[in-house]
Design a protein around this ligand. Structure first.
Ligand SMILES: [Ca+2]
Length: 384
């Protein structure tokens, strides 16, 4: 952003601010015309009327496929979870297993600040959007490389058998990938893409940056990338006071808003997912179409599926001490962070504060996807 500021000032001084009504700007955005001056507004909320919360932008990925971005203005929020929230997560309603310590890395509530505004994908990146990337570049995901594998649902799984042993429904498989995550149903373009690694996700962002820049639509100094962990949590909370979910603390208020482990039969079976569940049907035992729940499923920033759906990779490496206001990276043995929970998770694992450290930058899973953002480059990001 620093390098962009002098140009932005020149651009602003060369036009009449009062001459351009908001409807005209909205029209330009709808056409995909995106100026440096327009983005600068995101970083300067004092300018008010031009770009603010609720503004959107549609990116043309080619082949008739688009990706919608939502404006996230800068602001402050409370990161982390209270002891009461952690206790709820492992209680009868939250449904997670007590004693695993999975909730500990959320840390205590603490103030955090997002200094620069950014744009964020309205939804998780879909199968159709990821397909455009692969079609244009021939990109081969980590799971598809020689010797590669991904974690998918094991069709032979027949339950947890708590009295004897816990057998997980997930199994490492070769020959499976984002193209075929081993669902028992077709992998539609409207589903969130899964079985993509942190490396794969960053490659998608890099492709989009180059593509938009080549088309003259990307101002110098901005790029497509994964959101930082702080940006993700700020965006997830949706400009509301800290709570368990983006709509508040009440699980019952989540009905019709998210896809988690609920009262839905697995395809071709008479069983639902085990453990605690949301006490309603959300319609899907596995993935649901992105933004399936419409307005009711969107948070205060207009973002869909921030809780539930699929886990979303963010840019940071995992620090068991808690998420950081500035992006956090390690030199050795990095574990990328996923946020937000997924269709298999109990309510206690689909909260705004939930964090998960992933095995490695090449690991992929049919519960993990990603969401992109458009913002300033992040200091210290490992080379792509
Ligand atoms: Ca579900």
């Amino acid at each position: 952003m620093e390098s962009a500021k002098p140009k932005a000032k020149l651009t602003r001084s060369s036009r009449s601010r009062k001459a351009r009504p908001a409807s005209s700007l909205a029209h330009l955005l709808s056409l995909g015309i995106f100026t440096l001056a327009a983005f600068t507004c995101v970083c300067e909320p004092a300018r008010g009327a031009e770009l603010a919360k609720g503004d959107t932008k549609r990116v043309d990925l080619g082949g008739g496929v688009t990706l919608e971005l939502v404006c996230i203005p800068p602001g402050e929020f409370t990161m982390g979870s209270t002891p009461e929230e952690k206790a709820w997560a492992v209680g009868p309603e939250g449904g997670w297993i007590p004693g695993t310590g999975r909730e500990t890395p959320e840390g205590d509530p603490r103030p955090a600040r997002i200094k620069q505004g950014f744009w964020m994908g309205r939804t998780e990146v879909s199968v159709g959007q990821f397909r455009r990337f692969v079609e244009e570049t021939g990109f081969v995901t980590d799971a598809e490389k020689p010797g590669g594998w991904t974690q998918c649902f094991n069709p032979e799984w027949d339950g947890y058998h708590h009295t004897t042993q816990v057998v997980q429904p997930w199994k490492s498989m070769s020959g499976k990938s984002w193209r075929d995550p081993n669902w028992a149903f077709p992998n539609l373009d409207v589903y969130p893409v899964v079985c993509v690694s942190w490396n794969d996700d960053r490659a998608f962002c890099q492709w989009l940056t180059k593509r938009e820049r080549a088309a003259g639509r990307l101002p110098e100094g901005l790029e497509y990338r994964l959101p930082t962990e702080a940006e993700w949590e700020y965006a997830c909370r949706g400009d509301r006071p800290r709570a368990i979910f983006w709509w508040g603390d009440e699980l019952e208020e989540g009905e019709g808003r998210l896809n988690i482990s609920a009262c839905d039969f697995l395809p071709g079976r008479t069983k639902t997912w085990p453990l605690g569940k949301a006490p309603w049907s959300d319609g899907y035992a596995f993935v649901s179409p992105v933004d399936h729940y419409g307005e009711r499923g969107r948070n205060g920033f207009g973002l869909a599926d921030m809780c539930g759906g699929v886990w979303e990779f963010v840019l940071d490496h995992f620090d068991p001490q808690g998420a950081h206001e500035e992006a956090y990276f390690v030199d050795k043995d990095p574990h990328p962070v996923c946020r937000g929970g997924n269709y298999f998770d109990v309510p206690g694992n689909a909260r705004c504060a939930v964090r998960l450290g992933i095995q490695s930058p090449t690991y992929s899973d049919s519960r993990d996807g990603f969401r992109i953002c458009l913002g300033s480059p992040v200091a210290g990001e490992p080379a792509k």
